[in-house]
Design a protein around this ligand. Structure first.
Ligand SMILES: [Zn+2]
Length: 451
């Protein structure tokens, strides 16, 4: 779905002044949740059950078939924080994931920690490492046997716990390891979710995920049906001449709900305009949804586009997505610094475009040497300066005064002249001051020989 806008000034809409910022959790991408076995058939030992003795901080399940060696799957998409052996727990995998609203760590235990052959059968240890990014459903290891140090001697089963918050090592409030499977002290209970409630409540993807793809580009945004509706900026940059079109791009993934983008534009920190292209009706879900606000002929300055999405579900509100920054330059230099022997020609009859008639770089003594420097798209008052050097030594400096630009000039030209310059190698260095407090900026230089 394609939306293109030009600069439109619209009244401000109430927008959150404090963007909703996702805390760093897992990959930062929201995840759905599932149980770690394809056949999830919990036994009596569910959350806070005492059927095996002490209160239990997760739920246990033995698969209906296969049992030892059954693939154990990642319960969510996130980052592995621990994948190692813990005595009595066997191989343990702890994955940090976010629902989009909440950060949790999902623990599975009683896997084979290392490769082992039992009864002539090869079993494999943990297949992920701490720091790995995993996808929900990815196999992380194999269900271990009943050896006491892998599961305390119980019949083979997976232990599955979901602890609230980001991963943390150390000890919990009862003095035991933070990820212990049992706790008699109720101070620990509040730190855990009951998986039997949590997983069904989070078994679908959130209504969208944002993939961080906010960029600006001067050229076209390309993509569409031929690329699976993935859009990209062809030329990403962040400084633009005023006559260039600034396209910016924001994209969200896995969109399950109707939604409406909006953009707020700021220049030099001042709100300029806000715009929304209207509601996107999603039907059965979209892989991607893209939005590319465009700025044409923006005033010079530092610009910022803030992007938002409204899921139109009455409860979520307007969600901040991202920001891009770019600069519209107060002038553009076209590189036209040359030296010429004859007259510089141009003016209103050439639309104020000036050129050197006979560009060259060596001149007889006594010949008038004209040099030319030119700016394009000038939108600011400005003052040129030239500094003349001969044989590398400074000779003189000159400025013709301020040019007052009422709005916009297509060009601004300056041609310092050298008459009766002493023989030798000369260099004219050109500067422009756009009176913004930054002082003269170097533009270019022209070199020539007087002999
Ligand atoms: Zn257990």
């Amino acid at each position: 779905v394609k939306y293109v806008i030009v600069t439109v000034v619209i009244g401000a809409l109430a927008l959150p002044t404090t963007p909703a910022v996702a805390a760093t959790c897992g990959t930062g991408e929201p995840s759905a949740f599932r149980f770690p076995l394809d056949e999830w058939d919990p036994n009596c030992n569910d959350f806070w059950s005492t059927c095996n003795g002490a209160p239990h901080l997760g739920m246990d399940s033995a698969p209906d078939s296969g049992v030892v060696g059954t693939p154990v799957k990642a319960a969510c998409s996130g980052v592995v924080r621990d994948a190692s052996f813990h005595n009595g727990y066997g191989g343990v995998v702890i994955i940090e994931c976010t629902t989009g609203d909440e950060c949790v760590t999902a623990l599975t235990g009683h896997l084979f920690p290392d490769d082992v052959v039992l009864g002539g059968v090869q079993y494999y240890g943990l297949q992920v490492n701490a720091g790995d990014i995993v996808e929900i459903g990815q196999t992380v290891g194999q269900l271990g046997d009943r050896h006491w140090y892998r599961n305390g001697g119980w019949a083979p089963h997976v232990h599955f716990g979901i602890r609230k918050g980001a991963y943390q090592g150390g000890t919990a409030c009862d003095g035991n390891w933070t990820y212990a499977g049992y706790a008699a002290n109720t101070c620990v209970k509040k730190d855990w979710h009951d998986p039997a409630l949590f997983v069904p409540a989070h078994n679908t993807l959130p209504s969208y995920s944002y993939n961080g793809n906010a960029t600006s580009c001067m050229g076209p945004v390309s993509g569409g049906s031929g690329t699976g509706w993935v859009y990209t900026c062809e030329r990403s940059q962040n400084a633009f001449r005023r006559d260039q079109t600034v396209q910016t791009l924001i994209r969200i993934d896995d969109v399950q709900s109707d939604h409406q983008f909006s953009v707020s534009a700021y220049r030099n920190g001042q709100f300029q305009w806000e715009w929304s292209p209207g509601m996107n009706h999603v039907g059965n879900g979209w892989d991607h949804s893209s939005f590319w606000p465009t700025l044409e002929g923006g005033e010079p300055g530092s610009w910022r586009f803030d992007y938002y999405v409204d899921l139109a579900d009455d409860s979520t509100g307007v969600i901040y997505l991202d920001t891009v920054h770019f600069v519209v330059l107060p002038y553009a230099y076209d590189g036209n610094a040359v030296a010429c022997g004859g007259p510089v020609t141009g003016g209103w009859w050439t639309d104020w475009y000036y050129t050197c008639q006979k560009p060259r770089t060596s001149f007889y003594w006594g010949e008038e040497v004209k040099t030319l420097i030119r700016l394009d798209d000038v939108t600011a008052d400005h003052q040129f300066t030239v500094r003349a050097h001969r044989e590398g030594a400074f000779q003189w400096e000159w400025s013709p005064g301020v040019n007052h630009v009422d709005g916009w000039w297509q060009y601004s030209s300056f041609w310092p002249t050298l008459s009766w310059g002493s023989p030798g190698n000369w260099e004219m260095q050109y500067f422009v001051d756009v009176l913004d407090g930054a002082g003269p900026r170097y533009l270019d230089s022209a070199s020539f020989l007087v002999f």
